[in-house]
Ligand binder design. Structure first.
Ligand SMILES: [Zn+2]
Length: 646
């Protein structure tokens, strides 16, 4: 009897046994080979006399009848959960996000969702928060690499949202059926079409498209980014169907092959292998996208053109100098290269003004740096070896202790791209960094290790590989003066300037030191909690209206409260819903926040220490209101206190 053709088009689950306790893949295969092809057939065997098996079959039948995707997903072993997608595909929505970058410091800019063949976009500054409802309704999610990227980003942005447990991540499934690599590679290898003009946009360029819209107002960049996201999102379902087909075919082969000859999926399977799974879903067509002067049209969806609000944290170089003991302390930043033949970037930062240049020889770097009499030198290079290593050589015994330091592992975990300090291409740089740091320390100069890439991620400035112009623009938005006009600066100089800025964070005591005494410390900026975000963070809960605003005494909080018609709560006490929290300082505010949970969140303010400021400025203000009109009014009100974007 040919087992592969007897299956009727009812789906994979009724012939699945591996979700039953005590039945593994091997037993399932043996059952199939014995002609036991579905639950009914299994119920007629002696095996079914075992109570747990009969019970499981009955539960499965009931779950199937009520379309309980969750049940099957949780009962199936992780490697076989795709079978639930095979039968419950329409309950899934495909999700793909865009961000300002890849690290955990970055922000979400767009969520694309395809549900029942229709794509919708949710864009920062327009309707991003509406994605919460769309995601809440989803029974299951399809993503490509969502477990590591998209879903953690969404969870960080919307902490109150419970994402569905049911999630099919195609990155791993595609690899299993012979399509390793990025979504683009997989699409190409699987011969899934994508319009050609989109094929050469990489994920990195997508972050640049967003910045071009955000900071330069280029509508075409926004349109391209939505198109790109739509193409990525709309290919997920067809890809899922294709991958599930292949996995199913592999099961068919397993059934026919006598035991002992099992093998993994073979991409060269004979064409025309019988399959009767079900009617394939049609391909999902991405919508037409256009960005006009006031609206963004995406298929049937019309959005207001997203507001352009900077994603850069609302902190700048003057905030740092204000916190430094000596605001005019001189800081030298060096973007070191591994050899004297390649010029290194060099920057001198004093207050908010930076001077940059390139220097080659070690002697020249030392002389020039010492001549500035810097308070601190910040070097972009590893300045220490991994614990236990005594040299950089691969041939030495100490190589057994590895090539990576803890600080590099920590950054990696945070999604910040960094090289281990002793991979071959870094060895010369590490040696030179240690030598120069030692020479400077011998002269009594304090030296710190910095990494511009990490600092740029934390400050949400595009890295040099994304776009040199945007890196320079980002540093200028940060408040750095003295950078030459575009085109004339090299990326080494911009990285040196960034290293110098890390020195400011260090002297302003807004830094995190990664490492220990043996491996030294890598310094990265640490943003104070109220300044991590750049805009009012609007949440989307439908709970009762509450807003908190914390202002320094004398900043005019009571006047604002009465202008808004809000009662004001006393210092540090729990405000009633709708009340304005007044506090002398942020500590009060954050303490109340910690005690009373996320329903009250907002922040502040003028730079700490400033009394009687002329204009209160909010770093972060969270507004909630059940009445949309009131919410709009509060938003308008709050915006006048936010410095303009860009
Ligand atoms: Zn050694």
């Amino acid at each position: 009897m040919s087992t592969s053709t007897t299956h009727a088009a009812e789906g994979i689950l009724p012939e699945t046994f591996v979700h039953i306790e005590g039945i593994g893949a091997k037993t399932e295969r043996r059952l199939w080979q014995a002609g036991i092809l579905d639950w009914q057939a299994l119920a007629r065997t002696p095996l079914a006399r075992r109570a747990n098996i009969m019970g499981a079959l009955e539960r499965s039948q009931r779950a199937l009848e009520r379309g309980d995707l969750d049940y099957f997903f949780m009962e199936l072993p992780a490697s076989e959960r795709w079978r639930a997608f095979a039968d419950f595909g329409p309950q899934f929505v495909a999700v793909d996000i865009e961000t300002t970058g890849l690290s955990s410091y970055d922000e979400l800019t767009m969520i694309g969702i395809e549900s029942a063949g229709e794509y919708r976009t949710f864009v920062r500054g327009a309707n991003l928060a509406d994605a919460v409802d769309a995601l809440r309704e989803a029974k299951g999610l399809i993503t490509f690499n969502g477990a590591l990227f998209d879903l953690p980003f969404i969870a960080r942005t919307f902490p109150e949202l419970d994402l569905p447990r049911v999630h099919v991540d195609l990155r791993f499934l595609a690899r299993r059926v012979g399509f390793p690599g990025s979504l683009k590679t997989v699409e190409h290898d699987a011969k899934l079409d994508r319009r050609s003009e989109l094929s050469d946009i990489s994920g990195h360029e997508a972050t640049v498209l967003w910045s071009e819209y955000e900071y330069e107002g280029r509508r075409r960049s926004l349109r391209d980014l939505v198109r790109y996201n739509a193409a990525d999102t709309c290919v997920l379902r067809p890809l899922a169907e294709l991958v599930v087909d292949r996995l199913y075919q592999a099961l068919q082969v397993d059934r026919e092959r006598p035991e002992g000859e099992q093998r993994l999926f073979d991409p060269d399977l004979p064409a025309g292998l019988p399959r009767t799974r079900r009617t394939p879903t049609p391909t999902v067509k991405p919508p037409r996208v256009s960005a006009g002067t006031s609206t963004l049209k995406v298929g049937r969806q019309t959005l207001a053109l997203p507001e352009r609000r900077s994603t850069q944290p609302r902190i700048g170089i003057t905030d740092l100098t204000a916190r430094m003991r000596d605001p005019n302390a001189r800081i030298v930043g060096i973007d070191l290269t591994g050899s004297e033949s390649r010029p290194s970037g060099w920057a001198l930062l004093e207050g908010d003004t930076v001077i940059t240049g390139t220097l080659s020889g070690t002697e020249e770097i030392l002389t020039r740096t010492l001549a500035c009499r810097p308070r601190i030198v910040s070097i972009d290079s590893p300045l220490a070896l991994p614990a236990g290593r005594d040299c950089t050589e691969d041939s030495c015994e100490c190589r057994a202790l590895g090539i990576t330091r803890h600080c590099e592992r920590t950054l990696k975990r945070r999604g910040v791209n960094v090289y281990p300090c002793l991979i071959q291409s870094m060895q010369a740089l590490t040696r030179r960094g240690i030598e120069i740091a030692q020479a400077l320390r011998n002269e009594g100069v304090e030296v710190i290790e910095s990494y511009p890439g990490a600092a740029q991620d934390i400050m949400r400035i595009p890295r040099k590989r994304a776009s040199l112009t945007q890196l320079q623009n980002g540093l200028e938005r940060f408040g750095l003066c003295g950078l030459r006009t575009a085109g004339a600066l090299t990326h080494d100089e911009l990285d040196a300037a960034t290293s110098a800025v890390v020195g400011s964070f260090y002297l302003a005591d807004l830094h995190e030191a990664l490492g220990d005494d043996t491996e030294g410390f890598l310094i990265i900026p640490l943003l104070p909690e109220g300044l991590q975000h750049s805009e009012p963070r609007e949440h989307c809960e439908d709970t009762s209206a509450r807003q908190g605003v914390c202002m320094l005494i004398g900043a005019g909080a009571s006047a604002h409260a009465s202008a808004l018609g809000l009662p004001a709560a006393e210092d540090g006490r729990t405000p009633a819903p709708g009340a304005l929290l007044l506090g002398e300082d942020l500590d009060d505010y954050w303490r109340v926040l910690a005690e009373h949970g996320p329903c009250l969140r907002a922040a502040v303010i003028e730079p700490p220490g400033t009394r009687q400021p002329r204009r209160p400025r909010f770093a972060d203000l969270q507004l909630r209101a059940d009445d949309p009109q009131r919410l709009r009014r509060m938003r308008r009100w709050s915006r006048q206190w936010m410095p303009p974007a860009g």
